[in-house]
Design a protein around this ligand. Structure first.
Ligand code: 3PG
Ligand code: MG
Length: 407
């Protein structure tokens, strides 16, 4: 049970729906062509259901940020969506002016219309309350020509921006199917997992990971935490290992003594649940070389976990009933250092556990090794997923809950 409305709570027959999605897609830097439509595909269940229910579907989305090279109009997005749906998607190069309003008014049930990049509005990215955002032209004008607001932008749910939360203050509002699935699945993993459960953290960032594992371990919500990548290295350093100059430099951006102390505390308190590498792979003269902890410090870059560590971690994964994966074990883009990520992720895919994966690099790695289809739930979230896992409240979800309590 979710505490916001879903598509089940409204009658959409002939209704005009404002649908906020996250179509912020990777583009080719030269041609500005769309490189990958995964995020778009994940909203198709919502869009198709609304079309089948005879709604007029008005899509609101953003691409890039003002000033960035990938900040473009959404005409190509409309084309891509049209191809995926096998149905015309009209595009209007306006967001809430006369042109947009006219286009919305001339829609017929089952039509899909894409408005232009909402971030072209100077106030879109301001961080404000739903009530404050509701005073803008965007919300004032569009809410008058629409009946229901649907938010399916889970991967932007950590933003307090106008088109993401403003409409919920003044219109009947609900979550789309993707948002609903992301929230119910992630809540299940976080609040009510089948045990034993294990979280696997890797990748190149670790300060947020520290917060997430501290909280989940303190609350007794996780039985095992496997740390690889920079999170693994950071905890090794916090435990007192000298990783060598290059590896310490890789940690420097996020490192501070307080964070180091925090990691030490976590290991002292929950050491039995924290699984750290016991051997590593470094790049020596362009080749993979396995080293043990006794070989530290090393003058070479640590690019993967070692083979004994891989076996040990895979065994923990095999015994788990719920698995959350965020971040690769090393530089999986280089064949010599793909082993840790490939084998650990393969263990996740092979297991009967309920598995959840998220984050751009994690998905890219799963995709590269042909494992993506065998993960129970692949989250579209990056920043929003991280914050969700840290136990933070996400503004978009809070706004949807408030919208429900009001009606
Ligand atoms: C994303 O891709 O991270 C979301 O679409 C949010 O975009 P932003 O990070 O530019 O706010
Ligand atoms: Mg982002």
């Amino acid at each position: 049970m979710v505490d916001f409305n879903t598509l089940d709570d409204f009658d959409f027959e002939g209704k005009t729906v404002l649908l906020r999605v996250d179509f912020n897609l990777p583009l080719d830097k030269e041609t500005l062509d769309i490189l990958d439509t995964t995020r778009m595909k994940r909203t198709l269940p919502t869009i198709k259901e609304l079309i089948e229910k005879n709604a007029k579907v008005v899509i609101l989305a953003h691409q890039g940020r003002p000033g960035s090279w990938d900040f473009i109009s959404l005409d190509k997005h409309a084309e891509a969506l049209s191809e995926l749906l096998g149905k015309e998607v009209k595009f209007v190069d306006d967001i809430c002016g006369e042109k947009a309003i006219e286009a919305i008014k001339s829609m017929k049930p089952g039509d899909v219309l894409m408005l232009d990049n909402v971030r072209k509005l100077p106030y879109e990215m301001e961080k404000k309350s739903a009530e404050e955002h509701a005073k803008t032209e965007l919300v004032q004008r569009l809410s008058k020509v629409a009946d229901v607001f649907v938010n399916d932008a889970f991967s932007a749910a950590h933003r307090k921006q106008c088109s993401l939360i403003g409409f919920t203050a003044v219109m009947p509002s609900c979550a789309g199917r993707l948002m609903e699935k992301e929230v119910t699945t992630l809540e299940k993993v976080l609040k009510n997992p089948e045990r034993p459960n294990v979280f696997i953290f890797g990748g190149a960032k670790y300060s947020d990971v520290v917060k997430t594992i501290e909280r989940t371990l303190d609350e007794g919500k996780v039985d095992g935490v496997i740390l690889t990548g920079l999170p693994g290295n950071a905890f090794l350093k916090a435990k007192g290992y000298n990783l060598g100059k290059v590896n310490e430099e890789n940690l420097a951006e996020e490192w501070n003594d307080e964070l180091g102390e925090k990691m030490k505390e976590i290991v002292e308190k929950h050491g039995d649940k924290i699984h750290l590498p016991t051997d590593l792979a470094v790049e020596e003269d362009g080749k993979r070389k396995e080293i043990g902890m006794e070989d530290l410090p090393t003058e070479y870059s640590i690019y993967d976990i070692g083979e004994r560590t891989i076996s040990r971690f895979a065994e923990i994964v095999r015994n788990a009933k719920t698995i959350f994966v965020s971040g690769p074990c090393g530089v999986f883009e280089k064949d010599e250092f793909a082993k840790g990520t490939r084998e650990l992720f393969k263990a996740v895919a092979d297991s009967d556990a309920f598995s959840v994966a998220g984050g751009g690099h994690t998905i890219a790695a799963l995709d590269k090794f042909g494992l993506l289809e065998r993960i129970s739930h692949v989250s579209t979230g990056g920043g929003s997923l991280e914050r969700f896992m840290m136990g933070e409240k996400l503004p978009v979800i809070e706004a949807l809950k408030e919208a429900k309590s009001r009606r």
